[in-house]
Design a protein around this ligand. Structure first.
Ligand SMILES: Cc1ncc(COP(=O)(O)O)c(C=O)c1O
Length: 411
């Protein structure tokens, strides 16, 4: 069956070696918000690079160095097209979402913010989109303000004038929560930010793996995400930045590749995006990300989206049937998908996760690097399940029966 008809689920799963290990018990992997599994196509692209044309990029005169450079740079074009920009200078390769955010916090925020300025975040952020701003605020004298989270799982946008003021210089928000699965109305928020002259950074780590992104339509200044959460290798993050923003920023790291010329006294920066790619990049991993994007495009991103939504809504209903268990967020009318957090009134999340693991089911338990969200619900931890396109209804049933057995065990 061809890739266009990928929703023959066994066909999808057959592309993932980790789901096809005859000597190991079957893996029910429900921690996809943390990282995703890799298809053969991605592993093969990485392998081919190392076996057939391994060389450094942007330097060599010889054939395989040119081949490596071309393969690496073609992924920049692929990413640009994938997220809706025609300008390849907008795409900076970093090592992760976290590094992309830190890059902006160091190279933009520390350069341009001052005492009295405000950075607006939300109570829903991953620590990666919080701590870099706390550090930048300490360094510059700026202050952090928070758009509150409602217990229903959405942002409280009832009085935006309280948060978006003439002092707001940066709005940094997640496109989708990694705890609640809520998709925020980022277009509306970007509009409020623009009205007060603030810049915007959107953390799309959870959104991009299963949804169509159009950065030009959003009109944000920065957009960040990670390749490993969309079937690519670890070690590659993307920073999309508007060219005029990237131009005004100072380099983040200094070293090879990010300069045009160096004397004993000073260096002249390379053009964007290279100004922000110091040293040998993660060449193999970027090439692997290119294969992951091809894989997603072949499946069709809208089909990935609807498959993940179907799995999520099925799981929410099934989980809500279990007595003693509470699902966070996912209320009617709130756009949410892929991630579900829940807790049991008597059983600790870590105990649930450990027991599920004994049945071969991988789920996350903890604060999910988003302690302010947990605080909102007066919890120290929750259980989190998160789906990707290769998960199945049968796996949801295994989760439900695993939870029932867990409750029996602790009764
Ligand atoms: C919303 C969100 N932002 C940022 C990150 C950090 O991503 P990375 O660890 O790839 O830098 C994550 C990872 O879970 C996330 O879910």
């Amino acid at each position: 069956m061809g890739m266009n008809n990928m929703f023959d689920l066994y066909n999808i799963r057959s592309n993932f070696p980790i789901f096809n290990q005859p000597d190991l018990p079957p893996l029910v992997f429900l921690d996809n918000a943390s990282t995703t599994q890799k298809p053969t196509q991605v592993l093969e692209a990485v392998n081919q690079f190392y076996c057939r044309y391994n060389a450094n990029v942007h330097r060599g005169i010889y054939k395989i160095a040119e081949q490596a450079t071309e393969a690496y740079e073609s992924v920049r074009d692929k990413v640009a097209e994938f997220i809706g920009t025609a300008d390849r200078r907008n795409i900076v390769f970093t090592k992760s979402t976290t590094e992309s955010i830190n890059l902006v916090a160091y190279s933009w925020a520390r350069k341009f913010l001052k005492t009295g300025d405000e950075i607006l975040v939300t109570e829903m952020e991953h620590h990666s989109n919080l701590v870099p701003w706390q550090l930048a605020a300490q360094h510059t004298g700026a202050t952090l303000k928070y758009i509150p989270l409602n217990k229903s799982g959405s942002l409280d946008m009832s009085s935006p004038e309280r948060y978006f003021t003439k002092n707001t210089k940066l709005v940094a928000i997640s496109h989708q929560s990694n705890v609640l699965g809520t998709i925020n109305s980022v277009k509306e928020i970007i509009g409020y930010a623009r009205d007060v002259g603030a810049k915007t950074l959107i953390d799309g780590a959870q959104f991009v793996p299963h949804s169509k992104l159009d950065v030009q339509n959003l009109d944000c200044d920065f957009y960040v995400f990670s390749g490993h959460k969309m079937m690519g290798p670890t070690g590659v993050g993307i920073l999309y930045g508007k060219a005029d923003m990237l131009e005004t920023m100072d380099p983040f790291l200094g070293g090879g590749d990010m300069i045009l010329s160096v004397t004993m006294e000073k260096a002249i920066w390379n053009d964007i995006p290279y100004k922000f790619e110091a040293g040998t990049p993660n060449i193999a991993q970027v090439i692997g990300l290119g294969a992951a994007i091809d894989f997603m495009k072949n499946m069709n991103i809208d089909s990935i989206d609807s498959q993940v939504r179907m799995l999520t809504s099925t799981a929410v209903s099934r989980l809500r049937e279990i007595k003693g268990l509470t699902v966070l967020g996912h209320e009617n009318g709130i756009d949410s998908t892929s991630v579900i957090s829940f807790f049991h009134k008597d059983i600790h999340p870590h105990d649930i996760a450990h027991l599920l693991d004994t049945f071969g089911i991988s789920v996350r338990a903890g604060h999910h690097c988003a302690q302010p969200v947990m605080d909102k619900y007066d919890l120290s931890a929750s259980v989190r399940v998160s789906f990707y396109v290769y998960n199945t209804i049968d796996e949801i049933e295994q989760l439900i029966s695993g939870l029932q057995k867990t409750m029996e065990y602790f009764r």
